[in-house]
Each structure stands twice: as C-alpha cells, then as structure tokens.
Design a protein around this ligand. Structure first.
Ligand SMILES: [Zn+2]
Length: 79
C-alpha cells in the first residue's frame, strides 16, 4: 500500500497517510486542526520508510532529472 503525503491548507501541517490507491483522492483531515488538505505527489513507500514526515532529501524523487516522468525516473536508480 502506497504512502501519500498531504499538506493542510489551513495550518500548513504536512502528514502522510497509508491508504489504498483507490482512495488516494479521498479527503484527509489534518491531524493537527482537522482542516482540509491537498495531496502532494506521492513518493515511493520504500523511500519514505522511517521518515517522520520529511522525505524531501530523497534524490530522484519528484522526477528532478527532467528526462523522466515524476515518480517514474529511472536515471537515479543506477546507484
Ligand atoms: Zn491543519
């Protein structure tokens, strides 16, 4: 089951939820204030294990190479 990252539109809190792909667009209430949140581009669950909510330091995440699609980049997988 993939992990999806959400950002609260009210207080800006970031949190992750583990949920089925079929429910990826379901509303995810903010755990801090209960407000609405928007889903961010998902990261691979393998890359965010052990994370406390911050996964921005993962190289290749987000398709930064410019040659591959977001989340599908093969350029950073050769290490
Ligand atoms: Zn909030």
């Amino acid at each position: 089951m993939p992990i999806y990252e959400y950002t609260c539109v009210s207080c800006g809190d970031r949190f992750e939820k583990l949920r089925p792909v079929t429910r990826m667009d379901d509303p995810a209430p903010c755990p801090a204030c209960g407000g609405d949140s928007s889903r961010q581009l998902s990261v691979f669950a393998a890359f965010s294990s052990g994370s406390d909510g911050e996964a921005a330091a993962v190289p290749g995440a987000g398709g930064g190479c410019g040659g591959c699609g977001p989340g599908g980049c093969g350029c950073a997988m050769t290490v």
